[in-house]
Design a protein around this ligand. Structure first.
Ligand SMILES: [Fe+2]
Length: 460
């Protein structure tokens, strides 16, 4: 009898596993076939980024066709009489199932703080347009940047409008930060879409990014698209197995730290990033610390929970007084600014932000941990950092101010948070169209009850 019962239990378990695999197969394992693409001999997808000292260096990357394996850059300092410098570089051909392209990466070093530079890149006799970039002066410790969440736009999508609004609002941004999922899938066409949305600004303002799950090929072991590491050039000071993906750099008065959350696919990869992070935080002497990562510690979306990330990182964030944690992935805006600090009771913990810049929206989870929420809109965030404060302002896709705060820190490290938010608006909290389609009347009623309870707690 006992063995029959055991068999029955194992039978049920096997059926449940098969059912889960059947339901989740596409989500977990299916990589859509990449459509065929061709590249021509002109330099294209030109991007400015940085892997070294932000006040004296810049990296320029671009692509061309696989026949153009020699590339060059001409650049000059416009702030003083100077000759044009030429540098040459060999391309790296990357073949994917849809085609091939050559990728180029050049590091410009010993640049002068406060100078403006002009450059163009070339393959054979094909030249790009000239573009300019500025290096901040050594004396200016205040700066601004733009933070954008998941883009994942469809081909010929809408993200360029949102990008443009963000770019126009922060013309002097030191850099543009993306927290992963810039593309829908690792396909040439989606990369093309992202570069088109960025337009000329990607040639003049450095882009800083951390990888998301959509830059990875799905599978039992997920693999980062090689185009990610070819388009971007970031510091290689991360853990050995995450070079250029998990990294840190210091800019003015701030330490920025990228964690590759999608790279956490085993206990060893989790511990490798955690022990590296601990060292990076222990040796940090900057006034401000900003962590950016794709998956958030606190979810804004229904049915999602990142327990493993809290287990891995929260105590470190609290102990070493991280100021901001900027994330994406959940396709619903969220600000959690009153999470208790588990290591320093009574002290302000990090402020956690989740954001996205995508036409794709998810349903909100009305968690008490969140002090502000929004679905049904993408947002862009503008940040201003000075020696005394960090100010974040979030705007809807229509350019309407939605949420923000000012974080101040005195010389003893004591923090003060002042919130500048807007009254709860049902248009940003109501169920999404897809939720209304897939849910029963009872579930929709429950959603509205949770929404009202959350509003009454968070917006008295
Ligand atoms: Fe994601």
């Amino acid at each position: 009898m006992k063995s029959t019962k055991k068999l029955q239990i194992w039978g049920v378990v096997a059926i449940l596993i098969l059912l889960t695999l059947w339901l989740k197969w596409d989500n977990w394992f299916y990589n859509p076939i990449e459509p065929t693409y061709q590249t021509n001999g002109n330099p294209s997808r030109i991007l400015i980024t940085c892997s070294g000292d932000f006040l004296t260096s810049r990296d320029i990357t671009w692509q061309s066709d696989p026949e153009s394996l020699k590339g060059s850059i001409q650049y000059l300092d416009l702030s003083k009489p100077s000759d044009t410098t030429i540098m040459y570089v060999d391309g790296l051909t990357i073949k994917t199932s849809g085609g091939a392209a050559a990728y180029f990466k050049i590091k410009l070093k010993n640049l002068t703080p406060g100078s403006t530079y002009k450059y163009r890149v070339s393959n054979k006799s094909n030249h790009s347009e000239w573009a300019e970039f500025k290096i901040a002066p050594l004396t200016d410790h205040s700066y601004s940047f733009i933070y954008l969440g998941d883009v994942q736009d469809s081909i010929n999508g809408q993200s360029s409008t949102l990008f443009q609004k963000a770019f126009d609002s922060q013309k002097e941004a030191a850099f543009i930060m993306f927290v992963g999922d810039m593309i829908e899938r690792p396909h040439d066409a989606y990369w093309g879409e992202w570069f088109r949305a960025g337009g000329d600004r990607f040639r003049t303002t450095p882009v800083i990014a951390t990888p998301g799950n959509h830059e990875y090929y799905k599978g039992i072991v997920q693999k980062l698209d090689e185009r990610w590491t070819s388009h971007f050039s970031f510091p290689t000071n991360g853990p050995e197995n995450f070079l250029g993906r998990a990294y840190y750099w210091d800019y003015q008065n701030t330490r920025f730290i990228s964690i590759d959350t999608n790279g956490i696919q085993s206990i060893s990869s989790a511990l490798e990033q955690r022990s590296w992070l601990k060292k990076v935080l222990e040796t940090n002497h900057q006034k401000w610390t900003i962590v950016f990562m794709h998956h958030p510690l606190y979810s804004t979306s229904r049915g999602r929970d990142y327990f493993y990330l809290r287990t891995l990182f929260k105590s470190l964030f609290d102990k070493y007084s991280v100021d901001l944690v900027l994330a994406g992935h959940d396709h619903a805006y969220g600000r959690a600014s009153s999470i208790p600090n588990s290591e320093n009771t009574g002290k302000q913990g990090p402020i956690y932000i989740v954001a996205h810049a995508s036409p794709k929206v998810y349903d909100i989870d009305f968690s008490n941990k969140m002090d502000k929420l929004a679905s049904n809109t993408a947002t862009y965030q503008l940040l201003n950092v000075s020696k005394d404060s960090i100010k974040l302002s979030a705007f809807t896709a229509k350019g309407v101010y939605f949420d923000g705060f000012k974080l101040q820190k005195d010389s003893t490290g004591a923090k003060k948070v002042t919130i500048y938010t807007t009254k709860s608006d049902p248009q940003y909290l109501s169920p999404t169209k897809s939720y209304l389609q897939k849910s029963s009347k009872k579930e929709i009623e429950k959603y509205h009850q949770e929404m009202q309870q959350w509003i009454s707690k968070k917006n008295p």
